[in-house]
Design a protein around this ligand. Sequence first.
Ligand SMILES: *[C@@H]1O[C@H](CO)[C@@H](O)[C@H](O)[C@H]1NC(C)=O
Ligand SMILES: *[C@@H]1O[C@H](CO)[C@@H](O)[C@H](O)[C@H]1NC(C)=O
Length: 465
Amino acid sequence: MESRARESRRRGHCVRAVAAAATLLVAGVALWRSGQIRWPAHAHGAARGRRARPADWPSRSTFDATCARSAPIRTCPGYNVCLAEIFDFDEDEMLRARRDSRLGPPPLERARPWCTQWSCIDRTSCELPFKMYQYKPDDLRGMQLADCLQPTNLSRPGIVEHLTEDPSRACAFWFEVRERCRVLRHVSRLKHWRGNGLNHVFVVHTDEGISAVERVKYFGRAAIAQGHATAERFVRGLDIALGLRPKKFTTPDAQLAASPPWARRYLLTFKGAVTHRARVRAGMHHDARRRVLLVTYPNPHQCLASTSVDHPHAQRRSHAFSPLHADCCVKLRAHYTSYNYGSLMNTTFALITPGRQPASYRLAETMASGCIPVFFGFEDAMLPHAQLIDWRALSLSAPVDVDFEGKLLPRLEALVADRERILRMQRALRRALGYFLDRPDGTPAGDVAIVETLRKRFSFELRRN
Ligand SMILES: *[C@@H]1O[C@H](CO)[C@@H](O)[C@H](O)[C@H]1NC(C)=O
Ligand SMILES: *[C@@H]1O[C@H](CO)[C@@H](O)[C@H](O)[C@H]1NC(C)=O
């Protein structure tokens, strides 16, 4: 009797363990479907969790990078096998899943936004003209939070005229967050917090940013200006989406930047690591004959840098890549390294896809080279400085399941032929670039843009979002 009870308890544990594992798996699949690839593909069971491979699944890749120089890459032998092996990616299945996800009633949305321009901005206590107070190291003396303050010198044209040393006169309170700050939970101790952070703005120029959880826990009614502006973090009417400062091409080829959209070598280009599922799909539409160069490489979890070059069978934590997987890494790397990032800037259009976070270093880099952005798969992210930049006038946007060859490329080709229109787009692009690149005197352009957005907000001007 007793042993039967123990047996049934044991079974209960098993059932719960299996249920928990299944929940995790479902959550994992949902995350993968939502496009956020954050963990090593093989960590959730490259061999076990995947679709069963047919018995004749090859053990070596037949993909040859030189094929992709003259034929659409998706027609190259072995390419689709590599996509399936490394990313478990099947385009037809992905398109079907997208269609299916739209069946049935619409998803329930919260009826009211979390914060509105009335509830999270106090414009009644603000005297015009707009003035802003910047937190300084002196305000944080003796506080751990001092480690988090980036005391950027804002005494620059475009900003300095809006600064005040008198907090009682300020409409907004500016706090720039330093990278790798660990004590943001202390922000409520700030001198002018007034209980809930009203009219504060936290500026985060790093690509990680402040998460939705941190925000709800610590930041009260403060606004966040950050590049990592996904829908779940972003409060419309309050927050400000930033562009990330470019890492490369801070001084682009002047001749290229000045060349008109139709006098360029390529139609559409992209080069980058696969940090988001949209990039897997983009990469498979690489078609050199059509002047469409979309060059992707698996991220370091999917193909270890060392694995792919010197040690094709290297182990990572107890897991060894299959010979096919390692071989695919080597071949895809050959494809990736055969294109130069800078040469791909000589393009009419630049594909901008979400990366590890929606803000992309690439956006400003390509804009600086005079390429028209084509946002691809950005359903969940706010475009940078949307309060100031009319993105419709200078960019295109396509959903991740767009008919690439049948609809998107013909649209781009038609647009290149419409010279007047596309030149207008490029001119608007050059003006918008001013919000991304730091000025030669060191004035941080992104900060000027934030101040401009705040100023408009408090000066009774209608806002776009
Ligand atoms: C900030 O920059 C301005 C303009 O370049 C300069 O005049 C001023 O001395 C700087 N202030 C500090 C504290 O470095
Ligand atoms: C860009 O490509 C065009 C067309 O191939 C070429 O004439 C031009 O010299 C290139 N520009 C630069 C800066 O490389």
